[in-house]
Design a protein around this ligand. Sequence first.
Ligand SMILES: NC(=O)c1ccc[n+]([C@@H]2O[C@H](COP(=O)([O-])OP(=O)(O)OC[C@H]3O[C@@H](n4cnc5c(N)ncnc54)[C@H](OP(=O)(O)O)[C@@H]3O)[C@@H](O)[C@H]2O)c1
Length: 297
Amino acid sequence: MNILITGASGLIGSHLGPFLQDQGHRVWKLKRGAPAPGSPSWDPVAGAIDLEPAGALDAVIHLAGENVAQPWKRAVRKRIRESRVNSTRLLAEKLAHLPRKPKVLICASATGFYGNRGDELLDEQSLPGHGFLPEICREWEGAAEAAEDVGIRVVYLRFGIVLSPKGGALKRMLPIFKWGLGGKLGNGHYYWSWIALEDVLGVVVHVLANDSLSGPINTVTPFPVTNAEFTRALAKAVKRPAFLAVPPFVLEVLLGQMADEVLLCSFRVMPARLIQSGFHFKYPSLNSAFSRLLNES
Ligand SMILES: NC(=O)c1ccc[n+]([C@@H]2O[C@H](COP(=O)([O-])OP(=O)(O)OC[C@H]3O[C@@H](n4cnc5c(N)ncnc54)[C@H](OP(=O)(O)O)[C@@H]3O)[C@@H](O)[C@H]2O)c1
């Protein structure tokens, strides 16, 4: 397949590109900034996009977006929203007008769609929650409408916490846990839905190969854990104690609303559509994921 990836320099994209190439696909990276000669390019802020160098595309995987794991100051909120909503709209409209349209557009989304839902079991039928992230996720997914309207199969991968020692949340947590300073957040009762990076790559291949899949797909394992369980498993994996508990107000003072909507938020999300469509998780349990991931770090 001839595949284009946006956000290809990020945690998921930088692993997905080589993984797809190893499977024999031709992979193009759609990056911001000055394009290399003969490469596609875009500037989502200026609304400019040139896909011609990539030729006729079979699939597009759209991962680009400003990092959410930072304090949400006003300018950051604007970038978080616009880098997702505007870039998705720009890309979807461009694809919709191509003379030969790709068969599938896979867009990143997030379990943040569901908002803070306590112990409630959530699947793709569940309604969106309330707050900044659910609002962004709804707009983000809605922005690909132009591609859906012309019959492109559009899939929204609602990622939970993607675990890899090479980036994202786990990379930030690892040194703290290795120093024996890890601890649960507040009472630790918040559910965290997660997936190993290697399984994310498998999900993308599964979605590319299954023409019947479209719409939202919860990209998480079937075993969400509470923050306290996550803390215990990680401490055990690095063979260090984790007796501390970080008071919520410390996170709120340091990180503001981001702490409430990401770290102290409970998402108990099930991958109902992945299970129904026969996806096999390599690392369904946290212990299996940690023993694999921490051996490669
Ligand atoms: N990793 C997770 O745990 C997780 C969880 C839930 C959802 N997601 C979502 O899945 C997608 C991919 O995740 P990731 O962890 O690979 O993300 P990432 O490491 O933060 O990388 C995202 C990529 O987006 C591009 N980007 C960054 N800021 C941008 C901006 N202001 N405007 C346009 N593009 C920008 C960059 O690529 P270029 O510089 O090459 O353009 C960057 O490498 C993201 O949209 C993320 O929100 C990830």
